[in-house]
Each structure stands twice: as C-alpha cells, then as structure tokens.
Design a protein around this ligand. Sequence first.
Ligand SMILES: [Fe+2]
Length: 162
Amino acid sequence: MPVKSLLTSNEKTLLNRAVEAELYASNFYRHLANQCQRLGYFGAQKYFQAEAGHEVEHYQALASFINDRGDVATVPTIEAPEDEITSLRDAIEAAFDTELQLERDYSDWYRRCDSEVTRQFLLQFLEIQRKAVGEFGDLIARLDRAGDDPCGLLLIDKELGE
Ligand SMILES: [Fe+2]
C-alpha cells in the first residue's frame, strides 16, 4: 500500500538531482568506452563499460531508497556527453573531473538534507566518490610515468582491461 512520502520536497529535489547525475555518469562512461575503442585502447574500453554499469547500480540504490521512503524517483532526460577524447589521458582526466564534481555535489546534497535518515543513506555515496577520485588520481600518476611512450600507455591500457 502506498504510504505518504517521508521525504521533504527539498530532499526529493536533491535525490532526483543525484538520480540524474548517476544516469549521466553512466552514459558518460559509455561515451568514454566508445572513444577509447576508436583510439585502440580496448582495455580502457572494457574498464569504462564496467564503470557505466556501476553508475547504474548507484542510480538503482537511489531509486530504491526513494521508494523505501514512500516516494518515486523521476527518470529524467539525460544530456548527451560531447567531450572530445583524443587520448587515453583525455579519457582518464575527464573521468577524474566527473567523479570529483560528483563528490562535491554529494557533499552539498548531504549538507542540505533535512533528515538524519537521508543523510545516513547518502554517506555511502561520499565514500564511493572518495574511492573513485582516488582511483582516477592514481591512474593519472601512472600516465605521468608513461609520458608519451606508446608502450607505456598500452601497458596501462592492458592493466585497465584486467
Ligand atoms: Fe556513481
């Protein structure tokens, strides 16, 4: 039986923004996967395809939470990703920027929530973002080591596919 929503309208707005951000991130990783495939980085292609799947899981966690609180997630129109990707570094840096922005957004949404229950739920996303930012930061450090060496870049690509 449907219950009256336990979310404030402010929280519902914030959570629906998170829903949209996770769906955008999923599409963005599909975009990066396609661009990497075109560049011949098949390990990175596989890696970003898997990332796209993780973002859908994050979306689903949000939709299920909204449902648990007696409400329903809005499935929004998602803006098309258009970032130009001409190198493996472009792809990794774009991923880093996306995750860092999401970390900032989740911090903001966490602070602006009205209830402890919603804040407690959002804590897991702060941890997810911290780990994602750290992971892509490490990859940028690896790219710095490889420089313009094609063999080094292909080695990193191979590792990404494993
Ligand atoms: Fe995510």
